[in-house]
Write a protein that binds this ligand. Structure first.
Ligand SMILES: [Zn+2]
Length: 247
């Protein structure tokens, strides 16, 4: 597991080369954006100590969606006192994790089985605990357009497609747009780098994922922070244009 990396003022990237989650500071207060893989819990206190923090400093965990590689340390942070928040349309899957449907159903995953990158990614995630996601009950729910009363006051942008309730988070004060898996900057199942949509087989509704790029295009930010791949410095308009060109 890598060391925490400061992306921009008040924004830290944590996790591994496969999966990122983030901490956003507002003064002494912290919001976690996503929560990585379950195995990250093993290293959580050591990683936080490197930025002079401890789990109890995290006031809220806001989840872009409930896939197991985004909820990993949320139970630990909640035990330490954090609120957990997710879009209402994804709340049921957070309470009862299961297989994804639509374009991401197992039938479509079969088409990836011959690709070595698929096994690297799935194998790496399985070793890190993505096959045993935590069920989280009683999360608070947010909706498109909400401005959350958590550190950094992020605005909710509903970006469905990867999951029905997938959301991105705009921290206007940090000029940072956290996009979850509405797009990525490194294909987790291949080799291509740069802003792009997630592989079709990971999206519940791939057409909706393409349309969701429109919802982010006009936002004002200087850095795009995805769940998979390096942060990308540039405008949402430029990132979405490049992502759209990959379909
Ligand atoms: Zn993911």
């Amino acid at each position: 597991m890598g060391e925490p990396q400061q992306v921009t003022r008040g924004v830290h990237r944590l996790g591994s080369s496969l999966v990122s989650w983030y901490l956003v500071e507002e003064g002494d207060r912290l919001t976690a954006v996503d929560a990585g893989l379950p195995a990250f819990a093993r290293d959580l206190e050591r990683q936080l100590a490197q930025i002079d923090r401890r789990p109890g400093d995290v006031e809220a965990v806001i989840l872009s969606h409930p896939d197991a590689d985004h909820t990993g340390v949320a139970p630990r942070l909640r035990d330490a006192g954090a609120r957990v928040l997710i879009h209402s349309e994804d709340d049921a899957s957070l309470r009862k994790p299961g297989h994804k449907g639509g374009d991401a159903s197992r039938r479509h995953l079969i088409t990836q089985l011959y690709k070595p990158a698929f096994w690297r990614f799935v194998g790496g995630k399985a070793r890190a605990g993505s096959m045993s996601p935590a069920a989280i009950d009683g999360a608070e729910n947010f909706a498109h357009g909400d401005r959350l009363d958590v550190p950094g006051s992020p605005r909710i942008v509903h970006t469905p497609g990867h999951t029905p309730g997938h959301c991105s988070f705009l921290f206007e004060g940090h000029r940072a747009l956290f996009v979850g898996d509405s797009m990525c900057t490194s294909n987790p199942l291949g080799r291509s780098e740069g802003p792009q949509l997630m592989p079709k087989v990971t999206n519940v509704d791939d057409e909706r994922a393409v349309i969701s790029l429109d919802a982010m295009e006009a936002l004002e930010a200087d850095v795009i922070l995805p769940g998979h791949g390096d942060p990308w410095h540039g405008s949402p308009a430029a990132a979405m244009r490049r992502a759209r060109a990959t379909r």
